[in-house]
Design a protein around this ligand. Structure first.
Ligand code: BG6
Length: 489
């Protein structure tokens, strides 16, 4: 199947933090792929704004290096790289002073989409917003793109929203949660609301429980100073996992449009009960190898920060009454594996007798790796020997089902940047959503602070501390295994 690419309008995209890690790893490689796919008009311009004293050639060399590092050679023909580089400019600019701003305003064109990507420390967001206005760079329809972390608690998120809204309308503010840009995450909505099969079963009467696992094999290496102040709760749960939970639990929006979708997500966040301490397991990785444990990788040897968290959550509304949502995420786990599983109830009566065991349907939505969806159904094991039941997957691995390599599908960042240019906010967090998520998170973190306990230890390369397994065992359930989820229910 050939994917249809609809070009966006020509744009001027200014990246503040243009020599930063995000620009290098994600933004430029992503834009280059969109350029090659024919989605980025060649009269578009990307301006990397940074303090680093580079001239245009020096900056283009920086971008070339980023492409060499993060785009496979087979996907970057020289001619394309050369034409892409022709769209790139550099501007020496200091976010914290007035220098460089008039040059920026002189560069911006009328008649094309104007977007500003804040890929800088959050402490600079307010200053950037203010200077964009002050120096006449902000046009009525321009957009600003704001990276996470969006605050570190409710108070700071509110303050940030207040500052940004002093200068820009909510409809111009694009708060990135890159999980919303993942292919499968959007497919979750397509599966739920594009089929008649699932929605009638999507509630407490038929769903036993839901699991969301985002397991990472990497540690905090190199990001220790940021991570130790955040922990898994602020880094992953408050945003990425919360967003996934919303998409599973929300009511069908009346339209696939930004406010209809975000209104429904907000209702879910408001309905999540605050978990009791017994519903929470915090962990931190340890290793016998010197330098590999979490505490070796952060400055504070007495840190209480968690690198793993498992939660049992309840959503108090009619649809989900009594259905636990189990969430877990952690670093240095057994594998990089992210999956959402809707585990259905067993059949109300087994005509095959108890000896054939209890079988369940599971809808497993794999985010990474091998994005795809598996629906486990119970069938008779083939062959003689009487009725034996097995659960087998109806497998829809996107790369296979759609006849193209996964590498052709736009990655999260490039899709989201194209949405910014299109002016579509559906996959971005609205200010009230972010605040509500912090309002839920804050008391939990406050409680941890007061208890002052160390997280439980887990060995690197495992599925987290024992308490995480016990959280489900106590309910007569078990986590779907991180390694074998592709083959069995
Ligand atoms: C980021 C977190 O938002 O998401 C990181 O700050 C985490 O700690 C990353 O590693 C995970 O993203 P992905 O797309 O690799 O699953």
């Amino acid at each position: 199947m050939v994917s249809r690419v609809i070009p966006v309008e020509a744009f001027d995209l200014v990246i503040f933090g243009g020599t930063g890690d995000l620009a290098r790893r994600r933004i430029f490689p992503g834009l280059f792929r969109r350029f090659r796919a024919g989605q980025m008009p060649p009269n578009s311009r990307i301006v990397g704004a940074a303090r680093r004293q580079l001239d245009r050639d020096g900056y283009r060399a920086f971008v070339t290096e980023a492409l060499s590092e993060f785009v496979p050679e087979s996907a970057r023909p020289e001619d394309d790289v050369r034409t892409f580089l022709g769209c790139i400019e550099h501007l020496i600019l200091d976010a914290a002073s007035d220098s460089g701003w008039d040059a920026l305003s002189g560069m911006l064109r009328d008649g094309v989409v104007r977007a500003f990507y804040f890929s800088v420390a959050p402490s600079l967001f307010g200053t950037l917003a203010e200077r964009l206005r002050k120096h006449g760079c902000a046009s009525p329809a321009c957009r600003i793109v704001v990276e996470k972390p969006f605050g570190r608690d409710l108070e700071s998120a509110r303050e940030l929203n207040r500052i940004l809204r002093n200068h820009f309308d909510e409809s111009q503010i694009y708060r990135i949660d890159h999980y919303l840009g993942k292919e499968t995450v959007q497919n979750l909505m397509a599966v739920r609301f594009g089929n008649v099969l699932f929605e009638p079963l999507w509630h407490a009467q038929f769903v036993d429980h839901v699991q969301i696992t985002v397991a990472e094999s990497v540690g905090v290496d190199g990001r220790g100073s940021y991570y130790d102040k955040a922990g898994a709760m602020r880094d992953m749960i408050q945003n990425h996992l919360m967003q996934l939970l919303c998409l599973i639990a929300m009511e069908p929006p009346s339209r696939f449009d930004p406010d209809a979708v975000r209104d429904e997500k907000l209702k879910v966040i408001r309905a999540i009960e605050r978990p009791a301490p017994r519903d929470i397991v915090r962990g931190r990785y340890v290793s016998a190898v010197p330098g590999e444990s979490y505490l070796d990788q952060v400055e504070n040897a007495d840190s209480r920060t968690e690198s793993f968290i498992a939660l049992r959550l309840r959503i108090s509304n009619w649809r989900w009454a009594g259905v636990p949502f189990y969430l877990r995420t952690g670093k240095r786990m057994a594998a990089r594996h992210s999956e959402i599983s809707i585990v259905f109830k067993t059949a109300p009566h087994s005509i095959f007798g108890q000896t054939l065991g209890q079988h369940r349907n599971v809808l497993a939505i794999r985010l990474q790796p091998n994005e795809g969806i598996n629906l486990f159904v119970t069938i008779k094991e083939p062959g003689p020997g009487g009725m034996r039941l097995v659960d087998v997957p109806l497998d829809m691995t996107f790369a296979e089902a759609l006849g193209r390599g996964v590498e052709d599908a736009p990655a999260a960042y490039e899709r989201l940047i194209m949405d910014v240019i299109r002016g579509n906010q559906t996959l971005f967090m609205r200010g009230d959503e972010v605040e509500q998520a912090w309002a839920w998170t804050d008391p939990i973190i406050k409680d941890w602070r007061e208890r002052d306990e160390h997280p439980d230890s887990y060995q690197v390369g495992t599925n987290g501390p024992e308490g995480a397994a016990a959280l489900l065992h106590g309910d007569g359930r078990k986590w779907r295994d991180i390694d074998d989820t592709q083959d069995s229910a």
